[in-house]
Design a protein around this ligand. Sequence first.
Ligand SMILES: Nc1nc2c(c(=O)[nH]1)N[C@H]1C(S)=C(S)[C@@H](COP(=O)(O)O)O[C@H]1N2
Ligand SMILES: [Mo]
Length: 395
Amino acid sequence: MPGLIAPSDYSREPPRHPSLNINAKEPFNAEPTRQDLIVSYITPVDYFYKRNHGPIPILEDNGRYSLAIDGLVEKPIELSLAQIRLLPKYNVTATLQCAGNRRTAMSQQLNVRGVGWDVSAIGNAIWGGAKLSDVLELVGVSKSTSVTSSGGKHVEFISIDKCKEENGGPYKASIPLSQATSPEADVLLAYEMNGEILNRDHGYPLRVVVPGVIGARSVKWLDRITIIEQESQGFFMQKDYKMFPPSVNWDNIDWPTRRPQMDFPVQSAICSLQDVDIVKQGKIRIAGYAVSGGGRGIERVDVSIDGGKTWFEANRYQKNGVPYVSDDDSSCDKWGWVLFEAVVSLQSENADIVVKAVDSSANVQPENVMSIWNLRGILNNSWHHVYVRSTAAKL
Ligand SMILES: Nc1nc2c(c(=O)[nH]1)N[C@H]1C(S)=C(S)[C@@H](COP(=O)(O)O)O[C@H]1N2
Ligand SMILES: [Mo]
């Protein structure tokens, strides 16, 4: 298809903010500093983590973008961006989190395979675009459908980037048709991020945003949507982003025994401090983010300054001044993270500060990283500890 093209080398990458910590250069994988991550409830585009598997695609100067929708549907179509923009526009505030967020910490316990990430492979943005459920009506699939008359049960998103995991082919992922056609699931074909035209790193001109689900399913630089019988057979659905138990290693791994990971689990991390930090004696600020997948809200954020022996609750907020209530969709963002904050005076020179969140289904983060260790290092949502030494001396 003319228009959107995928370079096979890294000579045409977009500019990026110099403050990002780069975890891999080619493909470009970077995250903001902890401090930058929580400057505001909505993550500025410059500070939003970037996770790629190949060179960034580009719209040719005179290129005309169009999106094909086909497969097990009555009337396949091709849509221009203008036609997609004509559909009702929704702004959905949703947190995107890479399944590999906090992988470095898991790897420090026992080595795992994958790009290392600190706690910032996550961001919260206002995504603007058309609802996938509206778009699918144009090909004759009505709202709340779980199977089409020709047997379609999954919606596959196909990009145009060149990924080595796909032997130079494009990135692909799928979600169930029931989720794609559910207006409440808020799955978007987004052309805006934080009120601006989506930039190249984040999927220009059009990407999928699947709220509450690991970032890997939110396909960027969307080229084609196809309705299929079984879930996508792409590498990133079948041979990656699956959660294995700690007993599985690279010699006994059997990929088909596990389902592709979709929702992410309850998660939180401290961003106002480094894992090992020195602070001035007196009051310190413990702040960070908490979020859960599947549209579950954050019921509580617990903080400890004695390694988890005793706990107290942190304040939670989304928009400034509005108290956060985990099950109130009218005043709170269902798919968005909450920021938390607690100000404490440390009682001793050394403190083991811990945070754990509880979601609206009473799911709690696991205490121990080794109990959820897996060879790909995904979904590290264990309690986040930071070790702080306070000193009377001027820093
Ligand atoms: N086409 C394409 N889509 C993609 C990817 C990719 O490499 N290619 N990476 C996925 C992964 S693993 C994540 S976590 C998110 C990252 O989105 P972001 O770079 O906008 O933060 O995009 C997803 N969509
Ligand atoms: Mo990811």
